[in-house]
Write a protein that binds this ligand. Structure first.
Ligand code: SAM
Length: 226
């Protein structure tokens, strides 16, 4: 979600980042407010930003076979991976019906779903997720789709943990999860949780911004299942 104008792509990602980092506070909650304000609270669909760009690059490099982007938003990441041509099929899913519509308009195959719920066991070769991850004070939660795109609850990990609880189920045994993680969310805590859910974790991309470091974790199911 970093928005310092570094730009994550040529057709939308980082597009809201013209204001550099001026005035962006360093605590998670007010950072969230500043970022949400820049993106426009009226827009119900997350606009691609640097986090989207980092995940898309990792997906283009590593995702093969049947790929699902969970929380596809505008569908920009899914489309980048599809257009690169190395995957057999790229699906997108999102809880937000406006996002599903936007992703379809972009040409992505998108379905409305809560995390991985409707996906069958052993059906996916790669799963990508740029989750809502900003730590948010419960007293400051808004009840709208922008909130659903940004807020990871008090810890920042309210969506990441249930995602990791279920991720091994739809994944084929030699499959791969690419998970975008921000330092605001607690990188070591996410790694520890992923390992506790039976994954090996490796950082495959990292970018630092003035108020957060974004990483992409490649998670692979441990063969011993432990
Ligand atoms: C940070 S945005 C990322 C959007 C897009 N993938 C990108 O990188 O530009 C997080 C997305 O997750 C979606 N989302 C939130 N909760 C979800 C859930 N329970 N299941 C599926 N998607 C969810 C939001 O609607 C939003 O589109």
């Amino acid at each position: 979600m970093s928005d310092d104008g570094a730009g994550a792509g040529d057709d939308g990602a980082g597009g809201a980042g013209d204001g550099a980092d001026e005035g962006v506070p360093t605590d998670g909650e007010s950072t969230r407010d500043a970022l949400a304000e820049r993106r426009g609270l009226g827009d119900p669909v997350y606009a691609p930003a640097e986090d989207s760009g980092l995940l898309a690059e990792a997906g283009v490099d590593r995702a093969r076979g049947v790929v699902l982007e969970v929380g596809t938003g505008s569908g920009w990441v899914a489309e980048r991976v599809r257009a690169a041509g190395a995957a057999d099929r790229v699906l997108g899913s999102d809880l937000n019906p406006h996002a599903c519509r936007a992703a379809r308009e972009r040409g992505a195959e998108a379905v409305r779903a809560d995390l991985l719920d409707p996906f069958a066991a052993d059906s996916l070769d790669a799963i990508l997720f740029n989750p809502p991850y900003l730590p948010t004070d419960p007293d400051n939660e808004w009840d709208d789709w922008q909130e659903a795109a940004l807020s990871g609850g008090e810890s920042g990990r309210d969506l990441i943990e249930p995602f990791l609880d279920d991720a091994a189920r739809p994944l084929r045994p030699d499959g791969l999860v690419l998970l975008l993680v921000s330092s605001l969310t607690g990188f070591p805590e996410v790694v520890e949780y992923a390992v506790s859910q039976g994954f090996d974790a490796e950082t495959v991309a990292e970018e630092s911004y003035p108020y957060e470091t974004l990483s992409v974790l490649a998670l692979t199911p441990r063969s011993d299942g432990a």
